[in-house]
Design a protein around this ligand. Structure first.
Ligand SMILES: O=C(O)Cc1cc(O)ccc1O
Ligand SMILES: [Fe+2]
Length: 467
C-alpha cells in the first residue's frame, strides 16, 4: 500500500475485548476450519504459530496465535548488528544501570527536530530493571520520531511486550495482524515478536513506552468494586487482518527489499529480506496487539474521606508471581472529581517499597508545579524504592489551606505512572546524554517544606530526648 494511503479510516476497524480468542480473515476462507495446520492450508498460505507463553503454560495463561501468511517468517538472510544499535552508541547498556536513591526529574525530552529519526531509531532506554536475557524485569523508554518508518521496513522486539504511551503525534501502526491508530490519550500494547511499522500522520511524534521482559499485561482484579469499572474489557481493540502482496516466486526471489530490525537484549540487529512481512491473510488466537482509549477509563475514588492508594487508577497490571505485587502497573491520573471531606486531597507524603516512574501526557499534575523546570508534558520523574516524595512545598500549602468544596481536578490533564516492585536503575543516556535531568528538583520541591509543629502547651511529654 502506498504510504500516502495509510491514514484512510477503512484500515482502522477493530475487534473489541480483552484477552479474547479472536479470529480475522482478510479474505473469507483464509483460516482452516477445524484444525490449525492442514497439509495444505487454504489459498496456498503457510501456517505459522506465534507463541507468547511456553507451550505448556497453564490454559488460563496460555497465549498463542496462528498466522496464515504468504511466506513464513524464517525466510530471511542472517541478521547483522545494526549501525543504530543503542546499546553501543546511546548509553542504553542494561548491565550498567545506575541505582540512585535521590528523587529524579527530567525536563521534556527533545523532539526529533532534525526529522532524521523514526520510531525505532528515535527510541531511547531511560531506565530499567532486570535483564531481558533472563526474561525478568522492565524497561522504561521514550521515543521522538520526526519521520515515518520506511514503507519497506519493519521492527520487532524479542525483549518483551511494549506498552506505548503517545504524548504528541498520532501513530499509525501497521502490524502483521492489521492496523492500529494510536493517538495521544490512547495506548497500545505490541506483544513480543510481533512485527510492525510506525507511520506518522500528524507530524512529529513523542512519547513513552514500557517494555515488559516477563509475562503479559492483564486487567487488575476489581475485588469489591465488582464486575465493572476502571478499564473495561470491551474497550480494548484489536486489529483486523490486512495484508499486502510483495513477494517473488520463492522467499529469496522477490524484487522488493524489506529491512527488518530486531531488538534483542536491547541491541539492534537488521536484515534485508525479499518479501513483505505484512503478508498475513488471516489469524486466530489470543496473542495479538491491541489499543485502548484512556478517555474510557472509569475513574473511581473516595466519596467520603482520605486519599486512596493510586492502585485505584490501574489500567493494566503485569504480575510478578508474588500475589498482589506487580512487576509493572500502568496507572493513570485522568480528570476526576475530588470530594473528600476533612482530607488532604493531593497524594500524601510517602516512601514506597515499589518504584514510581511518572510521565505527563497533557496538562498538569496536582502534586507538582508545572512551568519551566517543573513537571510538564513530555517530561518524567523517578522515585525509586523508598525515595521519599509527595507534593512540593507550594502544593502542600495550597492543599492544606484549601476550601474543601467538590472540585474537578486535572481538566485536560493526564499523568501516568509505571509502578514496579523492582528497583529501577537509570541508563547513561537517561542520566547524562539526554541532558534533561533537573539538578535542583529535590531542593526546589521540598527544601521549602515548612514546619507546622505546634507543641501543645501544658501536656506531659512522655518520652523526649533533649538536644
Ligand atoms: O507519587 C505520586 O505522585 C504518585 C502517587 C499518586 C497518588 O495519588 C498516591 C500515591 C502515589 O505514589
Ligand atoms: Fe508516589
Amino acid at each position: 500500500m502506498p504510504v500516502t494511503e495509510f491514514a484512510t479510516k477503512e484500515l482502522y476497524r477493530y475487534q473489541n475485548g480483552f484477552n479474547n480468542h479472536l479470529e480475522s480473515e482478510a479474505i473469507q476462507g483464509a483460516l482452516p476450519i477445524g484444525q490449525n495446520s492442514p497439509q495444505k492450508p487454504p489459498y496456498g498460505l503457510y501456517a505459522e504459530k506465534l507463541s507468547g507463553t511456553a507451550f505448556t503454560a497453564p490454559r488460563h495463561e496460555n497465549k498463542q496465535t496462528w498466522l496464515y501468511r504468504i511466506l513464513p517468517s524464517c525466510a530471511h538472510p542472517p541478521y547483522q548488528p545494526s549501525p543504530e544499535s543503542r546499546a553501543a552508541q546511546e548509553g542504553a547498556d542494561t548491565s550498567k544501570l545506575r541505582y540512585i536513591p535521590n528523587q529524579l526529574r527530567w525536563d521534556p525530552f527533545d523532539h526529533n527536530e532534525a526529522r532524521d529519526l523514526d520510531f525505532v531509531s528515535g527510541m531511547r532506554l531511560v531506565a530499567g530493571a532486570g535483564d531481558p536475557t533472563l526474561k525478568q524485569g522492565i524497561g522504561m523508554l521514550v521515543y521522538a520520531a520526526g519521520k515515518s518508518m520506511d514503507e519497506k521496513s519493519a521492527f520487532y522486539s524479542a525483549d518483551g511486550d511494549l506498552l506505548i504511551v503517545p504524548q504528541e503525534g498520532d501513530l499509525n501502526i501497521r502490524t502483521e495482524f492489521g492496523w492500529l491508530l494510536v493517538r495521544p490519550m490512547e495506548i497500545c500494547v505490541i506483544p513480543r515478536g510481533v512485527k510492525y511499522q510506525v507511520l506518522l500522520s500528524s507530524g512529529p511524534a513523542r512519547g513513552y513506552a514500557l517494555e515488559l521482559y516477563q509475562g503479559h499485561f492483564n486487567l487488575p482484579e476489581l475485588g469489591p468494586i465488582g464486575s465493572n469499572g476502571l478499564a473495561n474489557a470491551r474497550d480494548f481493540q484489536a486489529p483486523v487482518a490486512h495484508f499486502s502482496e510483495d513477494f517473488g516466486a520463492t522467499a529469496s526471489e522477490g524484487s522488493n527489499s524489506f529491512d527488518i530490525t530486531v531488538k534483542l537484549n536491547n541491541t539492534l540487529f537488521y536484515t534485508r529480506q525479499a518479501h513483505t512481512p505484512f503478508d498475513v491473510v488471516g489469524w486466530q488466537g489470543n496473542y495479538y496487539p491491541y489499543k485502548y482509549d484512556l478517555g474510557r477509563f472509569n475513574t473511581i475514588g473516595t466519596i467520603s474521606y482520605d486519599h486512596p492508594d493510586p492502585s485505584i487508577f490501574t489500567v493494566l497490571s503485569a504480575p510478578s508471581g508474588v500475589p498482589g505485587t506487580a512487576v509493572a502497573d500502568f496507572v493513570i491520573f485522568p480528570p476526576r472529581w475530588l470530594v473528600g471531606e476533612d482530607t488532604f486531597r493531593p497524594p500524601w507524603y510517602h516512601r514506597n517499597t515499589m518504584s514510581e516512574f511518572m510521565g505527563l501526557i497533557c496538562g498538569g499534575y496536582d502534586a507538582k508545579r508545572g512551568g519551566a523546570g517543573g513537571f510538564v508534558p513530555g517530561g518524567a520523574s523517578l522515585h525509586n524504592v523508598m525515595s521519599g516524595h509527595g507534593p512540593d512545598a507550594d502544593s502542600h500549602e495550597g492543599a492544606r489551606n484549601a476550601q474543601l468544596a467538590p472540585v474537578k481536578v486535572g481538566g485536560g490533564s493526564c499523568a501516568f505512572m509505571f509502578e514496579s516492585c523492582l528497583m529501577v536503575g537509570v541508563t547513561e543516556w537517561g542520566l547524562r546524554t539526554c541532558k534533561k535531568v533537573q539538578e535542583g528538583y529535590s531542593e526546589e520541591s521540598w527544601g521549602g517544606v515548612k514546619t507546622h509543629w505546634a507543641k501543645p502547651a501544658g501536656k506531659e511529654v512522655r518520652s523526649h530526648l533533649a538536644e
